[in-house]
Design a protein around this ligand. Structure first.
Ligand SMILES: *Cc1c(COP(=O)(O)O)cnc(C)c1O
Length: 227
């Protein structure tokens, strides 16, 4: 089932976005078993994204092959140490003190951490990230920190049935991404798009989508309690 879902998605997802950039599918693996994740890898998933440090650690040695590892969830600074050197891309750098701590700890461990700056595109209280208006300043400050490599922007669109609104938010993200690059930033990734909105996000210029439900089905939140 999971393997088939991935195969079907990989056929459906365009290889490139309208900007000519390769689109990367990341399996959002929160609350999934190692077996489930390995089925997704069998189906062709090359990149996996975790939300929780504990889950990441518990399953680390049970994952087959060498998928690229993404951290996509809210990250507490006291847990950075468990991820250092093991995560290929941190998507959720959503505040200065996280960027500073990640920089400090990366420098100490003599690794460079690749990061995305998270933008709270819907200005939602329940979500982290910098307001879009502060993206330039956030980029300037964070890219000046040692041992960090700012590779792009990440956003989660609000849950909203108003497609026109979602499109305009996705467009605003792409505009900011292009603007920063025009000013000399060398951003590669715009990580935007989940199971409910990935098509629209790619159409508007995302080049990384993070899919959970579309690959694994509805999440079983009971599993969170027993772990
Ligand atoms: C859970 C999660 C996803 C995937 O959500 P689905 O709607 O299940 O595809 C993507 N990004 C982040 C940051 C998530 O936490």
């Amino acid at each position: 089932m999971i393997e088939e879902n991935v195969k079907k998605l990989l056929k459906e997802i365009p290889e490139k976005n309208p900007f000519g950039e390769k689109v990367t599918l990341i399996a959002a693996v929160k609350l999934q078993t190692a077996d489930g994740i390995n089925s997704a890898i069998c189906g062709g998933v090359t990149d996996i994204g975790d939300n929780q440090v504990q889950e990441f650690r518990d399953k680390f040695d049970l994952i087959n092959g060498t998928p690229r590892r993404h951290f996509i969830g809210h990250l507490q600074t006291n847990k950075i140490k468990y991820l250092l050197g093991k995560v290929d891309l941190y998507h959720s750098v959503d505040r200065y003190n996280l960027a500073e701590e990640l920089s400090l700890k990366s420098a100490k461990a003599e690794v460079t951490s690749n990061i995305l700056i998270q933008i709270n595109i819907g200005n939602e209280e329940t979500k982290g990230g910098f307001p879009l208006e502060e993206a330039d300043e956030a980029y300037r400050k964070i890219s000046a920190l040692p041992a960090l490599n700012v590779e792009g922007l990440m956003a989660m669109l609000p849950f909203d049935r108003d497609e026109a609104r979602l499109r305009s938010l996705a467009k605003a993200m792409r505009r900011k991404f292009d603007e920063l690059n025009a000013q000399g930033a060398n951003l590669k990734y715009l990580s935007m798009g989940m199971s409910g909105d990935w098509k629209l996000c790619i159409e508007e210029g995302s080049n990384m989508i993070r899919l959970g439900t579309a690959i694994f089905g509805e999440r079983n939140y009971k599993r969170a309690v027993s772990e």
